[in-house]
Design a protein around this ligand. Structure first.
Ligand code: NAP
Length: 319
């Protein structure tokens, strides 16, 4: 027997190993059971109890549109905010036709420059409403993965304005009313990109990371006021922004919103992957050595970048 084997063979060391092992297995088992309950069995909150209205940014497409329909289905009146008037009116008409008892307001706002004048306009539209749910959904990513040094000024400014400023200012507008009424839920749509190292999507990932940290601090600040703040962090969802078709790990916006809504109004977990498969993907990435995960991410994004550059070159030649 060598020295290590001799130490392990001592009864008190064996006992310690068994206790630590049992603790780890029980802890892991409890985590799985708790998550199973939260993802599949826990009843949804009655969101009407939080307030009469829901405000959704980026509400004419993708995740935001799906959220607006689900909230209207739950009986909340909805304020849809986006930049394209025709699309806003079309979504308004669709919701009114499907849910005739629900009121729908639209606000035209281009979040790529959410300046003081626009903020006043949006504030006027929402300030007298009993807002129970705010979904900060609007956001923008890169056209395709790029080195940060390749982004132009407009792209750099847009990433901050659309992801960071929109979420921060909208929350600043709506949260005081919720805290006064002592009810409400702020839902910030960030991204799994904000939870992991994302070479070639560095600024997008950092902007979403800001939202996650902002949500965590706010959630703690607001808990006493009975207002929940959460940050939902999907991997890919089949939308225009993602440029992806639905697949096993890529839900449609509708599927995503169904799962996402189950988390709204529940305190406790602040940063969540609402889609269970995304939670497993997140856990897997966190479990492998970061040097391996970062390297894989870099080579995956580098190959998407190559394809993106080729496509751009073809477009420039008019092919
Ligand atoms: N899809 C994914 O795989 C994925 C993954 C992680 C996180 N997310 C996040 O989820 C959120 C929603 O993304 P999505 O995939 O649903 O996007 P999407 O399908 O492209 O929809 C974007 C929505 O935002 C609106 N919008 C775009 N630019 C705007 C601007 N400048 N001002 C105001 N509204 C604007 C669009 O309105 P118009 O119709 O007028 O363009 C549309 O309603 C984003 O924050 C994104 O970062 C998405």
């Amino acid at each position: 027997m060598n020295a290590v084997q001799q130490i392990i063979a001592r009864p008190e060391v064996m006992q310690a190993i068994v206790i630590v092992g049992a603790f780890t297995v029980i802890n892991f088992g409890l985590k799985i059971l708790t998550n199973f309950y939260k993802y599949f069995l826990r009843p949804s909150k009655n969101l009407k109890k939080l307030g009469e209205w829901a405000v959704i940014t980026g509400a004419t497409d993708g995740i935001g549109k799906a959220y607006a329909f689900k909230l209207a289905k739950r009986g909340l009146n909805v304020v849809l905010i986006s930049r394209t008037e025709a699309k806003l009116n079309a979504v308004k008409a669709e919701i009114e036709e499907k849910y005739p008892s629900v009121q729908v307001k639209v606000v035209i706002c281009d979040y790529s420059d959410f300046n003081a004048k626009l903020r006043t306009k949006v504030e006027k539209a929402v300030k007298d409403l009993d807002v129970g749910v705010l979904v900060n959904n609007v956001g923008v990513s890169y056209q395709f993965p790029k080195y940060f040094s390749e982004l132009n000024e407009e792209e750099v400014a847009g990433l901050m304005e659309m992801n960071v400023n929109s979420t921060t200012w909208m929350t600043h507008m709506v949260l005081p009313g919720m805290m006064e009424r002592k009810r409400g839920a702020v839902v910030n749509i960030a991204s799994a990109a904000g939870c992991h190292t994302m070479p070639l999507l560095a600024q997008y990932s950092a902007a979403k990371g800001y939202i996650a940290m902002f949500s965590r601090g706010l959630a703690s600040e607001c808990a006493k006021s009975n207002v929940t703040v959460s940050c939902q962090v999907p991997f890919y969802v089949a939308t225009k922004l993602a440029k992806m078709r639905a697949a096993f790990t890529v839900p449609t916006p509708n599927q995503f919103a169904d799962m996402a809504l189950k988390w709204v109004g529940h305190g406790g977990d602040v940063v969540v992957h609402p889609f269970w498969l995304h939670a497993i993907m997140g856990w897997f990435i966190e479990s492998i050595p970061s040097s391996l995960a970062d390297g894989q991410m870099l080579s995956m994004h580098a190959s998407i970048r190559k394809r993106g550059l080729k496509k751009m070159a073809k477009l420039a030649k008019g092919e």
